[in-house]
Design a protein around this ligand. Structure first.
Ligand SMILES: [Fe+2]
Ligand SMILES: [Fe+2]
Length: 346
């Protein structure tokens, strides 16, 4: 299958920081590449003011390919996102290109350089991702620090959550960011993390302004770094691997909470078992007791992660005999704790 071509540009910084000639030359080159899509990963403007957005909209209009634009921290200055929406539509968006799903989010906070995605947006992203596709997340801020940028702050406030979510849901995934004005790429397990430098800002931390050319099909991604006036560097060709890396799911499973329910008709022994359980169990587990006569039994069973029934209650993960000695109860509880601790869902 012929690879598809995407161009990623970032940090154009219309306004005080713009190098207009650089921008114009880059647009000519990009049009000659005939990409399927041009992704703009934020900081379109410098101060988030209307004139900068209007100029950016007009200049980006010279790009013949479809545009996929998300905001950066500079665009969120001075209540700038209202102008972003006026010219570039929603601050979060998605598009499907052949086998690739591209999901862009707003990682900005008003008048702040820090980045944040939040649970709501991330759940929206997770719903968009498909295991059968290459999943691409586009956001302005970087999910891991970019070395050699002089200052590696401004990682997302919720970077840990986002990275884990990517591991779980972004199988065969790619993350595109901008922000630091330094092109860089690395791999986190199966997720390729690609940063674009600045296309046209004076604040350039490289030999020249630059952008990324990304070619992909179902099996690989090819990444090239293009300097506007100083040629192209082939960064590499990377195989796409689907599926979740086991290590991440092991950690996640170990840290998940577990509700244990002891069910009995005569709850005396069950109470004793729950009390021992809660004394010795790790911090992520808790046991409670319910009588078989309880009207809310079905609801409580549905909410439990593991059910121990005494003789008279068979609808359980494990059944214990009634009338066993206190020592035997303690031994069984210890066994149960170990079992639940080591039970790893992958
Ligand atoms: Fe920037
Ligand atoms: Fe930025």
């Amino acid at each position: 299958m012929e690879p598809l071509r995407i161009v990623q540009i970032s940090d154009t910084h219309f306004g005080d920081e713009l190098k207009p000639d650089k921008f114009k030359r880059a647009v000519k080159q990009i049009n000659a590449l005939e990409p399927e899509l041009v992704i703009v990963s934020g900081d379109i403007t410098t101060w988030g003011i209307h004139r900068e957005f209007r100029d950016a909209y007009e200049a980006l209009g010279d790009i013949k390919a479809e545009l996929f634009v998300i905001p950066g921290n500079h665009d969120a200055r001075n209540d700038g996102l209202k102008y972003f929406r006026l010219y570039f539509g929603d601050v979060k968006k998605s598009i499907k290109l052949d086998d690739m799903i591209i999901v862009g989010v707003n990682s900005t906070l008003p008048d702040s350089d820090e980045g944040y995605i939040g649970e709501e947006q991330m759940h929206w992203v997770e719903k968009k991702f498909r295991n059968s596709c290459i999943n691409m997340l586009v956001l302005h801020h970087h999910v891991i620090p970019v070395p050699h940028t002089g200052r590696n702050r401004n990682v997302l406030i919720d970077a840990g959550e986002i990275v884990e979510s990517l591991m779980f849901h972004c199988h065969g995934g790619v993350v595109l960011s901008g922000h630091r004005h330094v092109p860089y790429s690395t791999k986190l397990l199966r997720t390729h993390i690609i940063h674009a430098g600045t296309l046209s800002s004076y604040k350039v931390l490289m030999p020249d302004n630059n952008y990324n050319i990304i070619e992909f099909n179902k099996e690989f991604i090819r990444l090239k770094l293009r300097f506007v006036d100083h040629g192209e560097v082939d960064i590499g060709r990377f195989a796409i691997k689907h599926g979740m890396p086991r290590a991440i799911s092991v950690y996640h499973s170990l840290s998940s909470t577990k509700r244990v329910l002891f069910v009995a008709t005569d709850i005396k022994q069950a109470k004793n078992a729950a009390s021992i359980f809660n004394k010795i169990s790790p911090e992520n587990m808790h046991a409670s007791v319910v009588s078989t006569q309880n009207k809310r039994l079905a609801e409580l069973l549905a909410g439990a992660d593991y059910v121990v029934g005494f003789d008279e209650f068979k609808n359980a993960d494990e059944i214990w005999k009634t009338g066993i000695s206190e020592n035997e109860i303690e031994r069984k509880v210890r066994e149960l704790v170990e079992k639940l601790l080591m039970e790893v869902e992958t």
